[in-house]
Write a protein that binds this ligand. Structure first.
Ligand SMILES: *[C@@H]1O[C@H](CO)[C@@H](O)[C@H](O)[C@H]1NC(C)=O
Ligand SMILES: *[C@@H]1O[C@H](CO)[C@@H](O)[C@H](O)[C@H]1NC(C)=O
Ligand SMILES: *[C@@H]1O[C@H](CO)[C@@H](O)[C@H](O)[C@H]1NC(C)=O
Ligand SMILES: *[C@@H]1O[C@H](CO)[C@@H](O)[C@H](O)[C@H]1NC(C)=O
Length: 373
């Protein structure tokens, strides 16, 4: 059923109040179509100084495969854990950026069975606007080494902070979201649930992160597998039924319309670098470095250190309050809703492909008219 038909049906049946809290499924990246929705970075980590090459798609799908769909139908995104890296070279890993973009009025849902962890490992599920930090950054899952829980954050230009006394289950560490003012940390909230990272996350069957990107603010919920709301596997969600968020950034002290532009999702794993590789950070959860050894010399060369450095994602879904909040990229394989009905480009407004096709049609029609007269 198309978005509009569903809205109409919902309104007619009166099953659900059409409040700000209701969002409809607009995108679902999963299974064989998953990897068509992303751009592969194709260069060494020049952003966080990690000791990896974020390979292009042709390398990622070659042996040893770093992105593939496993036998359970889930997307694997991983660090190379089979190659012994020669000294002074970097290890292969992956950084994916979504081709589609998401505006205010969307909810990003990551369903994961496993997240990367281990000494020197730094994995993240996040989003950012064009022209960072002006377009803002939302860190949904981000953790390093053997930290005991996930850390969420926003990064913005100056003027945005987390409000005092917010209702959230997580623990605020930094309130200033200004990327400069917070020394690059952003406004961070540590999840209170130790099932949000590492071996405990996987042992609990993984979990789901739900991020509401709305005019009223940005809210992140983490649900360990046993607590995932059933509505997340349907076509419509109402975030007001999800309880207290893990992290909450109300618009009162950080207006998303001012500090955030349309977002692209990023999924990446790096090693060492500006966070996991800082000696004091590394040694706070991993063994002390010996002598003159660094994060790189201690861990990166040996593939055995990376058996847990992978994401296993059942799906990434986007729900939208209005279909126009999703900016569809040309060439992204169309996704299928939970009820099996297709969500063609037409249902989410005229994307770039539609616009080009319409332009070509109009031009042809005009030429036809000119030729006739
Ligand atoms: C990283 O590399 C990309 C691609 O070459 C380039 O566009 C970008 O400016 C670089 N960023 C930094 C911070 O060096
Ligand atoms: C992918 O990267 C490899 C290794 O750097 C390079 O040889 C190859 O030309 C690249 N392929 C594409 C399509 O860019
Ligand atoms: C943040 O720091 C960068 C680099 O020093 C500077 O160019 C930029 O103007 C600063 N931004 C703000 C909002 O202070
Ligand atoms: C430091 O050296 C000791 C003794 O060789 C070794 O057991 C330990 O694993 C080393 N620590 C690291 C972080 O490599």
């Amino acid at each position: 059923m198309s978005f509009h038909l569903r809205l109409a049906a919902t309104a007619l049946l009166g099953l659900l109040p059409l409040t700000n809290a209701a969002y409809n499924l607009a995108r679902e990246y999963k299974g064989q179509n998953f990897f068509s929705a992303w751009d592969y970075y194709g260069k060494y980590d020049n952003l966080t100084n990690g000791d990896v090459i974020w390979v292009n798609q042709s390398v990622a799908v070659s042996n040893p495969q770093l992105t593939y769909i496993n036998s359970a139908g889930n997307a694997i995104i991983k660090v190379d854990d089979t190659t012994t890296v020669p000294y002074n070279e970097k290890r292969n890993s992956v950084r994916l950026t979504s081709l589609d973009k998401f505006n205010l009025g969307t909810v990003m849902v990551f369903d994961a069975l496993h997240v990367p962890y281990g000494c020197s490992v730094w994995g993240a599920l996040w989003s950012q606007g064009i022209n960072w930090p002006a377009g803002g950054e939302i860190d949904i899952f981000e953790a390093v080494n053997l930290m005991t829980a996930n850390q969420m954050a926003l990064h913005t230009e100056s003027g945005c902070a987390q409000a005092d006394g917010v209702t959230q289950t997580g623990i605020t560490q930094v309130k200033n979201c200004d990327n400069n003012g917070s020394n690059g940390a952003g406004c961070t909230v540590l999840d209170a649930n130790t099932n949000s990272y590492g071996e405990p996350f996987a042992a609990a069957g993984g979990g789901v992160w739900v991020t509401e990107f709305a005019k009223t603010g940005i809210n992140i919920w983490f649900f360990s597998r046993a607590n995932v709301p059933a509505s997340l596997s349907t076509d419509t969600i109402d975030v007001s039924t999800f309880g207290t968020p893990s992290a909450s950034y109300p618009a009162s002290s950080c207006d998303p319309a001012k500090y955030f532009s349309e977002q692209q999702i990023v999924i990446d794993i790096t090693l060492c670098g500006d966070w996991s590789g800082v000696k004091s950070v590394l040694e706070s959860t991993c063994p002390a470095l010996n002598g003159t050894n660094t994060c790189y010399t201690t861990y990166v060369l040996d593939p055995k250190n990376y058996v847990n450095a992978y994401f296993e994602l059942a799906s990434v879904k986007i729900f939208a309050s209005d279909p126009s909040a999703v900016v569809t990229a040309a060439g992204v394989t169309q996704t299928v809703s939970a009820t099996g009905s297709p969500h063609p480009n037409a249902a989410s407004g005229m994307g770039p492909t539609g616009a080009v096709a319409f332009g070509a049609f109009a031009l042809t029609a005009m030429l036809g008219l000119v030729l006739q007269f």
